[in-house]
Design a protein around this ligand. Sequence first.
Ligand SMILES: *Cc1c(COP(=O)(O)O)cnc(C)c1O
Length: 425
Amino acid sequence: MSNKIETKCVQAGYTPKNGEPRVLPIIQSTTYKYETSQEMGDLFDLKAEGYFYSRLANPTNDAVASKIAALEGGVAAILTSSGQAANFFALFNIVNAGDHIVASSAIYGGTFNLISVTMKKMGIDATFISPDSTYEEICTAIKPNTKAVFGETLANPSLAVLDIETFANAAHDNGLPLIVDNTFPTPINCRPIEFGADIVTHSTTKYMDGHASVVGGVVVDSGNFDWTKYPEKFACLVEPDPSYHGVSYTEQFGKAAYITKLTVQLMRDLGSIPPAITSFMLNLGLESLHLRVQRHCENARKIANYLTSNPKVTWVNYPDLEDNKYNRLAKKYLPNGSSGVISFGVAGGRESATKFMDSLKLAAVVTHVADARTCCLHPASTTHRQMTDEQLIECGTTPDLIRLSVGIENADDIIEDIAQALENI
Ligand SMILES: *Cc1c(COP(=O)(O)O)cnc(C)c1O
C-alpha cells in the first residue's frame, strides 16, 4: 500500500483476494461458524485469531478501522457506535475508579460532561486545564494517580488549537499517554501521532462520514506508548487478566495490547460496536475524505475573509486567519487548513443573530457540524438557551456567536446567502 494519504483514503483496509468482491462486503452476521469446539475454544482463550461474535468484532468494521489506523499512522484501531463511546472507551481502557485524568478545558461539551459528570460517578476524578497551558502548568496538574492526558487537536466549538508536542512531552515525562480527539482536522489536516500523541479518537459522525448519515467513532493506537515501563500504573494491560485465564495483554499482543484489551474486555462487557452497514457507509465517506476536507477548507478560507470584510460582522474566529490567536499553532499543526468550521459575531447581539439565522436560505439551521451541506447554529438560542447572557460570556459562547460549518457547495453561493442574511439585520 502506498504511503500517500489520498491512496489510503480510497484503498486501505480492504484488499480482496482472487474472485472476491472488489467493494468492501457488508458482513451482516452476528456469528461465525467453526468445524470444532476446540477451534472455537481457542478463540475464546485468545490463542487463535478469528471472529466469533459481532459484539466484539466484525470483518466489515475491522476493515474500516484498519483504514483509519493507516490514515492516522497507528498500529491498530477499533470502531465504536459513537464518538462519545470512542472517548469513553479510550479513557476507561486505562483509567479505573480512584484514578485521575488531566484534560484540556477546550473540548466538546459532550466529552466535558462525560469526564466531569459521568466518569466522576464512576470514581474517576479530573482536572481541567487551559488548552494554552505551558509544559510546567500541565506537569503541575498531573497527580500520582493520573493515568491519562486528554485534549482536542482543534476544539469544538472554540477552535482552540492544541500544542500537541507540549502536551505529549509533559504527559510522557510523567509516564502517561496523551489521548487526542482529532475529529475536526481529520488525518487529512493533522496526524497527532506524528507530534507525539499516543491514542487518537474521532467522532466519525463529522467529516469522516461527511454526509450526516451515520453516527460513529473510532479509537486508534499508535503502538508507541510502552505500558510495560510502568507496570504498576498500567497493571490492567501488563498484569494477568483474570477474565481471560490470566492473559497479559502486553506480553501476548505487544503493540496491539491496548486495542486488544479494549476489544475483548470493554466491547465484550459494554458492547458499543457499530452495525456493519453503518461501517460500510462510513467507508464510502472515507473514500472521498481527502477531496472533501480540501474543499471544506478552501471554501471556509474564502468565507472567513468575506466575513472579516463585512461591517455587520464584529469578530471572526478562524485559526487560518493571520490575526487569530491560534494562527502560529495552526501553521505548525494544520498547515493545509484547520477545518470548515468558523465562528463569528454579528453587530446587535442575540437579536441580530436570530434574525440572521432566520434569513438564511442555503445554509440549514441544524445541530450538526462538519458535513457536506453548509449549516449554521446559534448556540445562545438553541444548545445553550438555558444560560443567561452573563453565563454565556463566561463560557466563551457569547450571545452574538454564530457557528458556521462551511460545506462543499460553490463558495460564491454560500457567500451570497450569508450576504443577504446579513443585509436583513
Ligand atoms: C461530535 C463530537 C464528539 C461526540 O461524537 P458523537 O459521534 O456525536 O457521539 C466528540 N468529540 C468531538 C470533537 C465532536 O465534535
